[in-house]
Design a protein around this ligand. Sequence first.
Ligand code: 57M
Length: 359
Amino acid sequence: MLFHLLYPLHNLLSFFNVFRYITFRTIYAAVTALAITLFLGPWFIKKIKKLQFGQVVRDDGPKSHLKKTGTPSMGGILINYAIATSTLLWADLTNLFIWIALIILLGFSSIGFVDDWLKIRHKNPKGLKGRWKLFIQATLVGLCSLVLVISGHWDTHLSVPFFKNLHPDLGLFYIVFAYLVIAGASNAVNLTDGLDGLATGPFVVSSAVYTLFCYLAGHSKLAHYLQIPYVPGVGELSIFCGAMVGAGLGFLWYNTYPAEIFMGDVGSLAMGGALGAVALMSKQEILLAIVGGIFVAEALSVMMQVGYFKITKGKRIFRMAPLHHHFEMMGWPEPKVIVRFWIISVLLGLLAISTLKLR
Ligand code: 57M
């Protein structure tokens, strides 16, 4: 909104010309989202406590988690509010990619809210039925894909990191692929969010990497020089990604060990879905598997554990899935698991950026 209100004033005062620059608006979108989560955090936590939206902790997990019972949850409401508000303030609101990212963020947030509400308010540990989650997720992805097709932004070619000339065309299958990326990222972040700040850290790293990639993909000269797909207009998504970085960092101030608040499914499902949507719109789909490697490892550990458990009728590969619980069961203190996962996430982020040159 500020872009529309203040940029035109550059005819009167050249200072307002700065609002034209994506870099400037990305920085201040991050600062705005950080300020919102940081300063509204204490008030929000107090509100959640008053509403008694405390976490119900299952008793079949690591015993160390039982003391977390009652920790305020649904912090994702604050995260999503910060991301959406900051984006609406700083982005060009005539940009279609911005609206698609917001629809996926808020749509997946609604799924998570209902899930959390059923679990916390109605003491229903199962939450929203899986088939409802899948149906609403598929509908959201289908609608957004349709909008991209109609607007001519739909490109079914894939970018493969490290291979600059490999762009397989998935054709109609791309819509199934789009669903798998967005729903997969959403559920992988959801599974990862099982220790204090464990999902928030890699989310901030992934958002920061995509802030860079969206900027480069939307810049015709830089995209051409780096030989990555040029996507006109996708540079605005840097502002959305910057807001995600800021909101994640601000939330981490309260979510870090020992957590004063959890993000809830309302946060994890939305944040993962938003990352998936950004990966698709910036034509850097497979890159998400690299920069979001922690999320991939956590989801794979669950699939392997559940699959092996069923095949062997009770045997386990890991002491407990997802992967973070395995290390807890090995005796690693929770903060050690969290920070080591963050370190790996930063390394994966650097590897993802290096793919710009390693091709
Ligand atoms: C998402 N949710 C956390 C919190 C957070 C198939 C199976 C692997 C599914 C999986 C599952 O149910 N995952 C759900 C993980 C939960 O966190 C809440 O959920 C939100 C995110 N979706 O925001 O509201 C617990 O995680 C802890 N937590 C923190 N700090 C945080 O900042 O400590 C969360 C955020 C919270 C809190 O204790 O209660 C979760 O773990 O449920 N199931 C599991 O992950 C379970 N694993 C399992 O069943 N493994 C079996 C299967 C694979 C055969 C096995 O390995 O044998 C574990 N989770 C729990 N207990 N709670 C282990 C059992």
